[in-house]
Design a protein around this ligand. Structure first.
Ligand SMILES: Cc1cc2nc3c(=O)[nH]c(=O)nc-3n(C[C@H](O)[C@H](O)[C@H](O)COP(=O)(O)O)c2cc1C
Ligand code: SF4
Ligand code: SF4
Length: 275
């Protein structure tokens, strides 16, 4: 019996939601039961310090990450690069906020191949933009029902491809859009773009949600700008809406995205073929 392992980085959980739908379709087409499915969420910095056991041909791995500036978030890429695999099929998912995904899916494919995976399928899905709010609704509430149906179908098709493929080495190389050298990625560090209002109850939920430990509980849950990756997980996790985006360059960028990228984009999927 094959095992499915999902490994993902997902500060605001859209990647996680898409990946779970892909997994559902894959498990269905491959007749793999829930007890053989393991989810490894490497959004938390502590989990990114752990090492996973080497993966082999009994495993099917789904790798998922959001798109940051047309690339993988550095924290996700750095963790994925530590994986080791041998003859293990990989299904690759990136989720972007309705602008573009540029080199992110290609980068994920290249990272996976360098770890020893055989990339068999890749998909670019749309998720609510990290910078979105009800006032600035960039791709608000995506993935929607239709996106998740397509994610499930992508998983199913990947499963059928794996079922009929006797030898992974006979598959063609997976082709996905993107350019190498990749476009320049983001470094760590952000403008001080979050304010904490009087509604704060000191519950600590924002600090627990932060993937880079960039919130100082001792200083009124202020953001440590040098460690912040702009993911907005803290803003979206705050139960009191006490964490808000300040006026400034990031809010301006959100407004620009809302004006420029308002036409909903469609899911794109790619598969290796039997040669
Ligand atoms: C720093 C940063 C950079 C981003 N860059 C892009 C981008 O280049 N293109 C795009 O369409 N969306 C971009 N997004 C939006 C995210 O890819 C999108 O919201 C995604 O659904 C977030 O995934 P998550 O919910 O798993 O965190 C960016 C978000 C952040 C925080
Ligand atoms: S999650 Fe909101 S209410 Fe809780 S500590 Fe953070 S800012 Fe304050
Ligand atoms: S402080 Fe920065 S890195 Fe941490 S959750 Fe908030 S936006 Fe993300």
């Amino acid at each position: 019996m094959k095992k499915i392992t999902l490994i993902y980085f997902s500060p605001t959980k859209t990647t996680e939601t898409v990946l779970r739908a892909v997994t559902q379709g894959l498990a269905q087409s491959m007749e793999i039961s829930g007890s053989e499915i393991t989810a490894v969420n490497v959004t938390s910095p502590k989990l990114r310090d752990t090492m996973l056991a080497p993966l082999d041909d009994n495993d099917i791995v789904l790798l998922g990450a959001p798109v940051y500036a047309g690339r993988l978030p550095a924290d996700a890429a750095d963790f994925f690069k530590k994986l080791t695999a041998s003859n293990t099929p990989a299904i690759l998912t990136v989720v972007y906020g309705n602008r573009e995904y540029e080199d992110a899916l290609l980068e994920l494919k290249d990272v996976a191949a360098a770890c020893g995976f055989t990339p068999v399928a890749g998909g670019a899905f749309i998720g609510e933009h990290s910078f979105a709010s009800t006032d600035i609704p960039v791709a608000l509430n995506r993935p929607d029902e239709n996106d998740l149906k397509q994610a499930e179908d992508f998983g199913k098709k990947s499963g059928y491809l794996l079922k009929k493929t006797k030898d992974l080495k006979k598959l063609s190389t997976l082709e996905v859009p993107g350019n190498f050298p990749y476009k320049e990625g983001m470094g760590k560090g952000a403008p001080d773009f979050i304010k904490v209002t009087d509604l704060c109850t000191n519950c600590g939920i924002c600090a627990a949600a932060c993937p880079t430990e960039a919130i100082d509980a001792e200083k009124g849950f202020a953001t440590i700008a040098a460690d912040c990756i702009l993911c907005c997980a803290c803003i979206k996790a705050c139960p009191e809406q006490a964490r808000l985006m300040k006026d400034g360059p990031i809010k301006d960028k959100a407004r620009w995205l809302n004006e420029t990228c308002s036409t909903p984009k469609s899911v794109q999927t790619f598969f290796a073929t039997e040669s």
